[in-house]
Write a protein that binds this ligand. Structure first.
Ligand SMILES: Cc1cc2nc3c(=O)[nH]c(=O)nc-3n(C[C@H](O)[C@H](O)[C@H](O)COP(=O)(O)O)c2cc1C
Length: 194
């Protein structure tokens, strides 16, 4: 019997049950229906500080700051699939996500300074999806967000299966009016389970 795939969803918006969180739950639900073990977490329920640039991780590839970022990164390392959801704030990724992502500098150090893999040799490919929403439909509104997300997934050695970005979604729950977005998100959630 193959091992059940573990899928972790991290929702970075401070707005609980906001648009990105709703989409993350939808993708995760599809993943669960397809047989994965799933866990959904809000970053706002955890306490983590910004990177101190102390270079403490340069010698070991592990962050020396003892806070909840360590707990969350252990969960990410243990997961086979990742759903990361974060809205556009001030034309970039929301601060809760950015602060957390900066703490992945330890994996940059492991890879590029110490020449180590983040994931053990022989482990099957890990995959994930990035989800974002923006209130406006300005050209390039997701450029910054997607760029940071791509970097994040690369540092974690997780293949980015899709970036699902939906513009013109401002109020909480407004994403429910976008049927195509909901369908695409469910389809991508199902794909994650394969
Ligand atoms: C502090 C703040 C800054 C925002 N900045 C932008 C922005 O620069 N561009 C934009 O299109 N929408 C912006 N928005 C709107 C959000 O991207 C939009 O409401 C989105 O649906 C929020 O997702 P959530 O419900 O998952 O939090 C901003 C919202 C907040 C609260």
């Amino acid at each position: 019997m193959p091992n059940t795939l573990k899928c972790l969803a991290l929702s970075a918006s401070p707005r609980r049950d906001g648009n990105t969180a709703l989409l993350a739950r939808l993708a995760l639900g599809a993943c669960a229906e397809a047989g994965c073990d799933v866990e959904f977490l809000y970053l706002v329920d955890f306490r983590y500080e910004p990177c101190r640039a102390c270079e403490g991780c340069y010698a070991t590839g592990r962050c020396v700051v003892p806070d909840d970022a360590g707990v969350l990164y252990e969960k990410i390392l243990a997961a086979d699939r990742l759903i990361f959801a974060a809205p556009v704030f001030s034309m970039g990724i929301c601060a809760q996500a950015k602060v957390f992502i900066d703490r992945a500098q330890q994996f940059w150090a492991a890879k590029y300074l110490l020449g180590r893999r983040v994931i053990e040799e022989g482990r099957p490919e890990r995959r994930g999806i990035f989800i974002s929403c923006a209130g406006t439909t300005l050209p390039g509104v997701f450029e910054g967000t997607v760029r940071v997300a791509r970097y994040f997934f690369k540092m974690l050695e997780i293949k980015l299966q899709a970036s699902l970005c939906y513009a013109g979604v401002e109020k909480r729950g407004e994403i429910f009016n976008n049927r195509a977005a909901l369908e695409e998100t469910v389809a991508q959630g199902r794909l994650l389970a394969l």
